[in-house]
Ligand binder design. Structure first.
Ligand code: SAH
Length: 243
């Protein structure tokens, strides 16, 4: 009988922030396909013999999505119940949608198990509320991976600046100089608070704070590295007020 593929969000990294359902499925699964993002604390709890790393290949480059898709189907068709474990929530910048479409096309039974996204949890772990009655009535989740200078940038930084709510940037450590510049060029106040939260909820959690003008220096000084989220907006200053 064909197995089921469970597309499971692992949350931001603290094993206690796995859902009860994710925990049960990890126990019951025959195979767990994962990359590095769930983090060593969670991955370390999964028996080695049922873990399969589909993140980076030996050479260090990323496993092609087509290969991961094919592996999920291969295992399910051999009768295995598969957990495809994704950091945070599987549908927030996780390619979950693409994997689901592939499974559906091939008639493989699947179920999606939401996870706590780092877009909300990493700020929360640093005492930053992404919305706040006095500071922000909307929040946008955007990728920082795109080059803001290229003409066809998928992220409309001008529109985000105009909206005035909280902006949470994922995958945004490397291109921080480019998109903070884009937001300044779009007319945002240079003194807008910005916070970087690295390894949110995990033992190595670190936070760097500043403004649109100073955050690049703060990043370099602290040596902030991925995975980290960038929070842009007045809510990023609430943390300082609490202190
Ligand atoms: N599906 C994931 C996001 C995948 S994109 C989710 O919902 O959280 C990968 C990005 O997620 C990283 O570049 C980083 O911006 C963010 N991220 C994941 N875990 C994180 C953590 N514990 N702390 C800070 N950022 C994290």
């Amino acid at each position: 009988m064909t197995g089921t593929v469970y597309l499971v969000g692992s949350g931001p990294g603290d094993p206690e922030l796995l859902t009860v359902k994710a925990r049960r499925l990890l126990d019951e699964a025959d195979v767990v396909l994962h990359d590095k993002l769930p983090g060593p604390e969670i991955l370390g709890e999964i028996p080695e013999e049922k873990r399969e790393d589909v993140g980076k290949r030996a050479g260090g480059e990323r496993t092609p999505q087509s290969e991961i898709n094919a592996r999920m189907v291969e295992l399910a068709e051999a009768g295995d119940d598969v957990v495809r474990l994704k950091g945070g929530d599987p549908f927030v910048f996780g390619r979950g949608g693409e994997e689901l479409a592939y499974l559906a096309e091939r008639g493989v039974p699947f179920e999606v198990v939401p996870g706590i996204t780092s877009a909300v949890a990493a700020p929360a772990a640093a005492d930053i509320p992404v919305t706040h009655r006095d500071h922000a009535s909307s929040v946008s989740f955007v990728t920082g991976h795109e080059d803001p200078s290229k003409d066809e940038s998928a992220v409309d930084w001008q529109a985000l600046a105009d909206t005035g709510g909280t902006i949470v940037v994922l995958m945004g450590v490397g291109k921080l100089p480019e998109y903070t510049r884009a937001l300044l060029d779009a007319g945002m106040d240079p003194s807008t608070p910005v916070a970087l939260v690295e390894k949110g909820t995990r033992p190595g959690q670190r936070v760097a704070t500043g403004t649109l003008e100073t955050i690049v220096d703060a990043r370099d000084e602290a040596g902030i590295e991925p995975p980290a989220v960038t929070v842009v907006g007045d809510v990023a200053g609430v943390r300082e007020d609490l202190r």
